[in-house]
Ligand binder design. Structure first.
Ligand SMILES: C[S@@+](CC[C@H](N)C(=O)[O-])C[C@H]1O[C@@H](n2cnc3c(N)ncnc32)[C@H](O)[C@@H]1O
Length: 476
């Protein structure tokens, strides 16, 4: 029961749901109130904040009655750090919410009620992230701070450990911070002064254990930088390369165009779904390797005609280490739009499909080609550097199927129009944002496609991000 407190701004709220970005949702006199840090099932005391864009927000003061799905957060910084908002939610609570949230989004935004399969949960809810890009800052006392932003701000919550990171990169944060602090190099994330270091990026190959360290900075004039990079390579045998990425502009884009290799190499080797890959310091790669591998058999099943679905997808909680041996093989052309370094193109090519990947990031395309070559798949996996909007229209006519894996903002209007004008028989849409997935499926399924299935898969445990694969069949 909701009631206004006599102090006028402090209210009691029953939290009923979570917003897409993980804030608790309560109701006050019928109006939605967002409460950071509150979970469904909590009864809380919260202080109302000034309205923002006609929305009500409140500051969590006390938990009066905790949700049965509340737990002690695994990270000691969980109350402050904006990195993972669902830490105090039990794994089961998070999974139920993700499932429900995806279903509601498809229904509310697109009016669709497709078969949403049970979420594939992760057997590794902590220690799973193979990559971190950590903002740096020098505090007023001169000490170096490294950490993610406090919720709703650009203030860093200083940290030495992050339990969602793969322990092989987590353990490097504190010693690297110490070295950067003693180096006395300028730190200037916002480009307010003469420039300097901005971010520390770490990446590990889940199966190989190889590590890349990358500093992102506005310039390259740091005295003793190469010697420092070489010392890191000597000190940690798993570190195969140290790079400097130059991002001179004050922008939200973390990486700039140029990456210089300071020591070792600019890429790490990894295996994925049984194939060999090179991953760059600044190229995209799925952050939860074993969960991403579980998608491969689902993609292959999605490419097969609906009537050929002889096997049900793996819905257990253990992660597959490679392509499912009973996955159907195929032939014909699959377009892999937003293909990155060929993460999914190559397993599809290995299963017999001819794959053509489209990707705008030139270094990723270069690696995709090398990766195809390294796995003897160049004859069946080709790649081009282009935006999807430019390259796709001319290719759709000859394609049997289209795999889409766009960034969070989903598909541009031009891309949607091209697909609707010349729709391939099957469409596989991998998304990390239920809202844009629902918006795009609403348009694709209005007349041209039907949704065969939607499979949520937990790529980002302890955060509010939701990944899902939708398989669509053209109505003939
Ligand atoms: C979510 S990632 C997926 C990458 C790949 N499918 C994978 O799983 O590793 C999206 C990719 O699309 C690329 N990208 C973003 N916008 C693009 C556009 N308009 N045209 C082509 N590629 C784009 C990004 O560089 C990034 O590599």
């Amino acid at each position: 029961m909701t009631e206004l407190n006599a102090a006028a701004t402090e209210v009691e709220l029953e939290i009923q749901d979570l917003s897409h970005d993980g804030r608790g949702i309560g109701r006050l006199d019928g109006r939605v109130v967002f409460v950071d840090g509150a979970l469904p099932g909590d009864r809380v005391a919260a202080r109302l904040l000034p309205q923002r864009r006609r929305q009500l927000h409140a500051d969590l003061r006390r938990i009066l009655q905790p949700s049965p799905q509340r737990r002690r957060a695994p990270c000691i910084l969980a109350d402050h750090c904006g990195g993972c908002s669902l830490q105090p939610f039990t794994d089961e609570g998070q999974q139920q919410w993700k499932q429900r949230s995806l279903e509601q989004s498809l229904q509310r935004i697109a009016g669709l009620n497709p078969e949403v399969r049970p979420l594939l949960s992760s057997d590794r809810p902590l220690g799973y992230r193979n990559r971190a890009v950590i903002p740096l800052e020098r505090g007023e006392d001169g000490h170096l701070k490294a950490g993610y932003y406090r919720r709703g701000s650009h203030r860093i919550v200083n940290m030495n450990r992050c339990p969602v990171l793969d322990p092989r990169i987590d353990r490097l944060i504190a010693p690297l911070k110490r070295d950067l602090e003693t180096s006395d190099w300028p730190v200037d994330r916002h480009g307010l002064t003469e420039g300097g270091l901005k971010h520390l990026a770490l990446r590990v190959g889940h199966h190989t254990g190889e590590v890349l360290i990358t500093l992102i900075a506005s310039h390259q004039e740091f005295e003793g930088l190469t010697a420092m990079a070489e010392s890191w390579l000597e000190r940690w045998p798993e570190v195969v390369g140290v790079s400097l990425n130059l991002q001179p502009r004050p922008t939200n884009q973390l990486f700039g165009r140029n990456t210089l290799t300071l020591a070792g190499r600019g890429w790490l080797s990894e295996t994925f779904a049984g194939l060999d890959y090179r991953i760059g310091a600044d190229t995209f790669f799925q952050v939860h390797t074993t969960q991403a591998e579980r998608l491969v058999p689902l993609l292959l099943q999605g490419l097969a005609p609906a009537q050929d679905q002889t096997t049900s997808p793996d819905q257990g909680n253990s992660s597959a280490q490679g392509p499912n041996p009973v996955s159907p093989s195929g032939s014909g052309l699959v377009l892999d739009a937003f293909c990155g370094i060929g993460t999914f193109s190559l397993p599809l090519a290995a299963a017999g499909w001819t794959v053509h990947g489209i990707e705008q990031h030139a270094p990723a395309v270069e690696l995709a080609r090398l990766n195809a070559e390294g796995n003897d798949l160049s004859d069946r996996a080709t790649f081009e550097t282009s935006t999807v909007a430019i390259a796709l229209p001319a290719l759709l006519d000859s394609a049997e199927a289209l795999l889409l894996d766009p960034p969070r903002k989903g598909l541009e209007a031009l891309v949607l129009a091209a697909i609707l004008a010349c729709p391939p028989r099957r469409l596989l849409y991998l998304s990390c944002d239920p809202a844009t997935l629902s918006r795009d499926l609403g348009l694709l399924c209005a007349e041209v496609y039907t949704t065969r299935s939607v499979q949520p898969i937990d790529f980002f445990p302890n955060t509010s991000h939701i990944e899902a694969l939708a398989v669509l069949d053209r109505r003939d």
